[in-house]
Ligand binder design. Structure first.
Ligand code: DGL
Length: 270
């Protein structure tokens, strides 16, 4: 049993989709979330910049006495996870491996698609994880750089002509020849589940990377007898930009009201 909080970070709000799953799976846990909204999006940045940002994000979170960190950002998980782990004295869980394991278990045809930011796709991390997990399965990866800014602008609902048009164009190469399983390789994308599902059709399974990582985090803590056992856990959020904007949009990602629970942090100090 371990009552210390779990830290979670992302470039912005997307990681709250992983927190949503964490809250459902482990309602007793206290969670500290950092969203780097002053520097979002991360997805087109160089590996050096990503590593610098990720180290600052992690240092900030580690100023709390945590028991684990969930890197709820596909871009950082794909590019920097192995560099971050030695910096930290606690388990640092990324989103790539758990999602690839799930996709490998779900696919019937052995053809898996993966959509994510440019930096996630160009890292090759998902292909390497698949080669380790299930050699012989095929993966096709596609960058969808406009998805994150559109989601952060609230343009993610079915019927929105902008997102529908872009999703149809981006996803066309995954429809012919068709994949049967699609990894949503960015924690912003669960908000696009209906739009992406509409384009891909009902026979394609959609795998949410944040959700799979949250489940992996629960399993890890349970194996180490490190779950909390209080009645109800709390959530506290920090943002590098306007707290008010964060509070306003966060409920879309988290499904919970965060008013009064968000503070600004000067991430340059870390
Ligand atoms: N949620 C982040 C990810 O999973 C968004 C990336 C970005 O900021 O571009 O990759």
């Amino acid at each position: 049993m371990n009552p210390r909080p779990i830290g979670v970070f992302d470039s912005g709000m997307g990681g709250l989709t992983a927190v949503r799953r964490l809250r459902r799976l482990m309602p007793s846990e206290n969670i500290i979330y950092f969203g780097d909204t002053a520097r979002v999006p991360y997805g087109n940045r160089s590996r050096e910049t990503l590593l610098q940002y990720a180290r600052q994000d992690l240092r900030f979170l580690e100023s709390f006495d945590l028991k684990a960190v969930l890197v709820a950002c596909g871009t950082i998980s794909a590019n920097c996870l192995e560099d971050l782990r030695p910096d930290s004295g606690i388990p640092v869980i990324g989103v790539v491996e758990p999602a690839v394991k799930r996709a490998a278990a779900e696919t019937k045809t052995g053809k898996i698609g993966m959509v994510a930011t440019r930096a996630s796709v160009s890292s090759g991390a998902y292909e390497r994880a698949l080669a380790r997990t299930a050699p012989g399965l095929e993966m096709r990866s596609l960058a969808c750089p406009l998805f994150v800014p559109l989601v952060e602008e609230g343009r993610f609902r079915p019927g929105d002509v902008v997102i529908e048009t872009i999703a149809r164009e981006y996803l066309a190469p995954l429809r012919e020849p068709a994949v049967d399983t699609l990894i949503l390789g960015c924690t912003h994308y669960p908000l696009l589940r209906d739009v992406i599902g509409g384009v891909m059709g009902p026979s394609v399974r959609l795998i949410d990377v944040g959700g799979e990582a949250a489940a992996a985090c629960r399993n890890l803590l349970a194996e180490g007898d490190a779950l909390a056992n209080r009645e109800t856990g709390s959530i506290r959020c920090y943002t590098s930009d306007h707290a008010a904007n964060f509070e306003r949009l966060a409920s879309l990602f988290l499904g919970e009201d965060l008013r009064g629970k968000v503070e600004h942090v000067d991430i340059a100090q870390y």
